[in-house]
Each structure stands twice: as structure tokens, then as C-alpha cells.
Design a protein around this ligand. Structure first.
Ligand SMILES: O=C(O)C(=O)C[C@]1(C(=O)O)C=C[C@@H](O)C=C1
Length: 302
């Protein structure tokens, strides 16, 4: 049976996401970098980590490691709705709560609710939502902002359920493997890249994006992170519809490789939402094939 590490401990949203990929032996690991390190070291077959939340944005620990450390490829994604339970030790009332602990992304998603309902509470960051529950159980903090499943693992009381400042909030998770396991195209695929564009000159980002637009490729996400040392230099994270095995996507990636300082492929994998990744008219593999055949003939002088 394959072994999947997930950002734990037991009872995180990430555990739920990991279990959605099917039967496996699941291994809880305390932080995102340690999950990715376990995959790189071959201690597990795959690792599941959060990558972005619709309210708070990117999970930078995931993005930085995927772009900078030894390569890993995404082979699957999961998208979960995010609504929280507020867990306390039995007998603790809202007015007694002086500290409310959780992962920073979770605290950001209940900021207004906490201000209104736990007016005496100071927010405290923990490594994950479930580690907050562990520490509330140990008496360190008064309340944890947790995934609803956490109450099944820790003997805590639900002070409130279904808590979220934004009703429709979702988090996206990736299943990552060492290179060598490219999933087959399904017609509903996403490709992820990290790109450092070549020069800080007018139009260089527009030129990069034009390589995608010209080939009818739909960009689903663009996010930048500074290259740490100074302002003015950024790495762009691009998610686009389509699979690297498709002609238009391969062609665009080759063009980016020619024109950019660095292109790192982060995976082509089936999308978790219902949308397709069909090529538009005149950009299908058959269109590319026909054009290549025409060119070959012309080059032979025919
Ligand atoms: O702490 C957890 O339960 C996680 O799985 C992490 C995480 C995140 O990184 O965004 C996942 C979903 C929620 O948005 C809050 C926290």
C-alpha cells in the first residue's frame, strides 16, 4: 500500500484532502516543509499539503519549497470547503476564552467572527488547526479554530460550529511526488509552473503571458513572490489549463524556457473542479500536427 504524508497532526483539513486521493497508509507530519522533505527523502510515496486559500491566498511554505528545493511534481489536487469548529475544554464559556489558537490562514478566515463572539480573546498562531486543538487539550490555550473533524480526535467541546467569515471559502491542496510519475492527460488538467522572467525591462511579463495567450491557453492563477534578496525581482507562479503532453502547452513551455531566466515545471495533473481544459479552435493537437506536416513538406521543397 502506498504511504502518503500529510500536514498534520490528525484532524487537519489537509488530512481530509489526503484521504480524498484514495486508500493509502497515511502519515501525519508536523509542518509543510517536513512533509515535502519526507517525500524527497523517499520515506513516503507522496505528500499532501495546502497550496492556496480563497480568503488568505498562497501558502508560502508550500510555494517556496516547490520552487527552490529539490523538484517535486504535483500529481493531483483537492479542493475543500473551509468552515471551522471552535473547540474548548469542556465547561469553558465564550467569555472565559483569553487565547484563541490556530494556523494563521484559519485565524484570518474567522477574524470578524472572533472579534464579535470571543471579545476577550487574543489570537495565537500554531503550526496547524489540529495542533491548536492538541494544545487546547493540554491546557496551553483556551480555544482552537479547527477543522470540524478534529473533535473526533481530541476530547474537546464544540463552542461553535460552521464558523467562517466567508461562507464559500475553499482551500486547494496538492498531492506531490518525486519526478517520474507524470499523470496521463484527462481533458480536465492543470499545469503549474514557477517562472523567473529574463530581464527587468518594459513588457517582459506581458511577453511571457503572451506566449500563453497566443496559443489559446487559459491562465487560472498568477501569483508573485519576491526573490528574497531585493525588491524588483520576482518569481511568478502560473497555473494554466491543459497538460504538458498537449502540443499547445508543450510549445508554450518551450517558448517560456527560451525567453525566461528560469522555468520550473511543477506538474500537470487532473483538476479538482468541474471545468474542462479543452484546447480552443485552431489550437488542438490535430491542428498542431497538421501545421507540422505542412511545414515538413514545405521544407522538403514539396
Ligand atoms: O491546519 C490545517 O488544518 C490545514 O490543513 C492548513 C490550512 C491552510 O494552510 O490553509 C488548510 C485549510 C484552512 O484554510 C486552514 C488551514
Amino acid at each position: 500500500m502506498s504511504r502518503i504524508a500529510y500536514f498534520g497532526p490528525r484532524g487537519t483539513f489537509t488530512e481530509q484532502a489526503a484521504r480524498s486521493f484514495g486508500d493509502a497508509e497515511f502519515v501525519a507530519v508536523d509542518t509543510v516543509p517536513l512533509v515535502l522533505a519526507a517525500v524527497r527523502a523517499g520515506e513516503v510515496d507522496a505528500g499532501c499539503v495546502p497550496v492556496e486559500n480563497s480568503v488568505e491566498g498562497a501558502v508560502t511554505a508550500t510555494m517556496d519549497s516547490l520552487a527552490e528545493d529539490e523538484p517535486l511534481y504535483a500529481v493531483g489536487e483537492a479542493i475543500l470547503p473551509v468552515r471551522f469548529s471552535i473547540l474548548t475544554r469542556p465547561g469553558v464559556k465564550a467569555e472565559d476564552v483569553k487565547t484563541v489558537a490556530s494556523h494563521p490562514h484559519a485565524l484570518a478566515q474567522v477574524r470578524y467572527w472572533v472579534a464579535e463572539n470571543l471579545p476577550n480573546a487574543v489570537p495565537v498562531a500554531t503550526t496547524s488547526t489540529a495542533s491548536a486543538a492538541v494544545r487546547v487539550n493540554e491546557g496551553e490555550f483556551d480555544a482552537a479554530v479547527s477543522a470540524p473533524v478534529a473533535v473526533m480526535h481530541y476530547p474537546l467541546h464544540e463552542l461553535a460550529t460552521d464558523v467562517a467569515d466567508v461562507d464559500t471559502a475553499v482551500t486547494r491542496f496538492l498531492l506531490l511526488r518525486r519526478p517520474g510519475h507524470l499523470p496521463q492527460p484527462t481533458g480536465r488538467d492543470r499545469t503549474s509552473l514557477a517562472v523567473i522572467i529574463a530581464h527587468d525591462e518594459p513588457g517582459s511579463l506581458a511577453n511571457t503571458l503572451s506566449e500563453l495567450a497566443l496559443r489559446g491557453i487559459n491562465l487560472t492563477r498568477i501569483e508573485s513572490r519576491p526573490l528574497r534578496g531585493q525588491f524588483g525581482e520576482y518569481r511568478f507562479y502560473l497555473d494554466l489549463d491543459g497538460h504538458i503532453a498537449e502540443q499547445r502547452v508543450g510549445d508554450a513551455l518551450a517558448a517560456l524556457h527560451r525567453n525566461s531566466r528560469q522555468v520550473r515545471f511543477l506538474g500537470s495533473y487532473p483538476k479538482a473542479d468541474e471545468s474542462t481544459s479543452d484546447a480552443p479552435a485552431r489550437a488542438t493537437d490535430a491542428d498542431y500536427q497538421a501545421a507540422a506536416e505542412w511545414l515538413a513538406k514545405v521544407r522538403e521543397g514539396l
